[in-house]
Design a protein around this ligand. Structure first.
Ligand SMILES: *Cc1c(COP(=O)(O)O)cnc(C)c1O
Length: 439
């Protein structure tokens, strides 16, 4: 008999809880991040029979292992089966170079995996309450649109997004602020930090918390991390159908907050065969620096063209340390790290297009650079592609010398009417707004 799976804090000072409790809390009371203990492994028969398995079959097999009891396991399996209704296709560029496209979800970003699963997990595991759950999200762009689409029309939930006026791209604004229904977008007269401050004030407002069921959907939530392991295994399922699949591939992960890479490390702990992981970053290179020096020095982020990876103090670093038992030597055997400049990134977009006719977005290009730089170039490599190039047309089009074709889903969204409400940075105004929107 295995002992039941519980979620423990990376800081070890909070009680172990069920998946549902960890999801509701987001952050553990001691300030740590939740991790499964032990990490549920899948049997050899699962890995041997993986060829061609769909992402929902894989998700169901993984998610069921995260439940603390039979009922929670069954609900998680159900969520995984229905939440991820889009694929992660593996595209071959050469005998040794593959791209795993993670941008086929509703907002064409890989954050759709986490957001859709989390939304449905809340609906399924947090049910039986009279009052709607109100999710507050401060966003500077992509997370907000993925969360909005993930929760759109999910029963028992409402989402309030706060974004800085004039500081998100027109496309991001359309993706966030045109849904209506249970999604409310507030355009804040201020910067992203002001949005974040308003949300923090609401969470520490005892009176408001008494009245409303508030929750957050931030990237450290275990319910966003878990589904990100599914697509690594889906990559392997496609890999096993290829002729040259004898050796398991290495995964290159364009990284910012390191949730994506952490999910890959978890998949490996579940038993997934792999030749290892490469952390690819832009100039925000705290993790590659840590792997070099053994010292982690968080710093202010710097702006780059691959801006979804502009993170100077990645929160999931704590989870990776936990996985590697705080040993830099262990860390180095599991992960190598490399960083690249904006100039190299643009050059790579152009080169990949000329060589393979493939259009990569700036984040994916950082990954492709890392694949080329990695040692043992003969090792087959899968680069995770985190965004559709059309979302970064201003960088990609000049690099390839032509317009990036815009998928119908994005083009259609640009024609929709913006429905956001403008508010000041005054807390009382925000508070009145969210009071009036719940039930
Ligand atoms: C969020 C994001 C990343 C970084 O992912 P992490 O899990 O934070 O490392 C990379 N690319 C794109 C396009 C993203 O939106």
């Amino acid at each position: 008999m295995n002992r039941p799976i519980r979620m423990i804090s990376t800081r070890g000072e909070s009680p172990a809880v069920s998946f549902t409790e960890a999801m509701q809390r987001g952050l553990a009371p001691d300030g740590g991040l939740y991790m499964p203990d032990p990490i549920p492994t899948l049997p050899r028969s699962f890995w041997n029979g993986l060829a061609g398995a769909s992402i929902s079959e894989i998700g169901a097999a993984i998610a069921t292992g995260f439940g603390s009891d039979a009922e929670e396991s069954q609900k998680l399996e159900q969520v995984a089966r229905t939440a991820i209704d889009f694929d992660a296709p593996l595209v071959r560029l050469s005998d040794t170079l593959y791209v795993l496209e993670l941008f086929h979800g509703p907002t064409l970003a890989f954050k759709d995996f986490g957001a859709r699963f989390m939304a449905r997990a809340f609906a399924e595991l947090d049910s039986g309450e009279d009052q709607d759950l109100l999710i507050l999200v401060a966003t500077s762009g992509d997370t907000g649109s993925a969360v909005a689409h993930g929760f759109y029309n999910v029963p028992g939930t409402r989402v309030c997004l706060l974004y800085p006026s004039g500081r998100v791209s027109p496309l991001q604004e359309k993706q966030m602020a045109t849904l209506g229904g249970n999604i409310t977008a507030l355009e804040v007269d201020g910067a992203f930090d002001d949005c974040q401050t308003l949300v923090k004030k609401a969470f520490s407002d005892a009176e408001l918390r008494n009245e409303l069921r508030l929750s957050s959907a931030n990237s450290i939530n275990i319910a966003r991390l878990l589904p990100q392991s599914f697509y690594y295994v889906r990559a392997l399922a496609q890999w096993m159908e290829l002729d040259e699949h004898i050796y398991p591939p290495r995964f290159v992960v364009p990284s910012g907050n390191f949730g994506n890479l952490t999910a890959g490390l978890m998949a490996a702990r579940m038993g997934m065969p792999t030749a290892g992981f490469v952390a690819a970053t832009n100039a925000n290179e705290v993790v590659p620096d840590y792997l070099k020096s053994g010292i982690f020095t968080p710093r202010a982020s710097v702006e780059t063209l691959s801006n979804a990876m502009d993170v100077g103090n990645p929160s999931n670093f704590e989870r990776m340390l936990h996985l590697f038992e705080h040993s830099v030597d262990q860390f180095r055997t599991g992960v190598t790290g490399v960083s690249f400049s904006d100039e190299e990134t643009v050059e790579k977009i152009s080169e990949i297009y000329q060589t393979y006719g493939y259009i990569a977005d700036p984040h994916t290009a950082v990954g492709l650079l890392a694949a080329e730089r990695a040692s043992t170039p003969e090792t087959p490599t899968v680069v995770l592609s985190t965004a559709h190039p059309a979302k970064f047309g201003d960088v990609v089009s000049p690099a390839i010398g032509q317009e990036v074709p815009v998928p119908a889903r994005l083009a259609e969204c640009m024609n929709r009417e913006k429905q956001s409400t403008r508010i000041s940075t005054e807390y009382s105004e925000f508070r009145d707004r969210i009071r009036s929107m719940s039930n």
